[in-house]
Design a protein around this ligand. Sequence first.
Ligand code: SF4
Length: 107
Amino acid sequence: MTISPVVKPTDTGWVEEWAPLGRCAGTDPDALFVQGKAQRAAKVVCKGCPVVAECLADALDNRTEFGVWGGMTERERRALLRRRPDVRSWTALLSAAKANSAEGAIA
Ligand code: SF4
């Protein structure tokens, strides 16, 4: 029997305990820690992931160096961090964007 985790989104829709809800949950974790061109193929799993923003924010805030996280390769994340050195909290930025997106969808 599989017991599903209880994961509640915040009022803004932000999911604090996002990992169990990822499309990659239950798959081989090594598949996201490939090198070079294989990363482009690996990140396909992130398309349509319901917690892509949470995953990306976590990786950016923690300066996670290796692997595919939040639909971005390590190289893409490094480039984003260089472009936006002003961002102190990716969680704050992306949770606000997610909340605004949800408001727009229901307005
Ligand atoms: S965004 Fe990608 S790496 Fe992150 S939880 Fe979803 S599928 Fe996994």
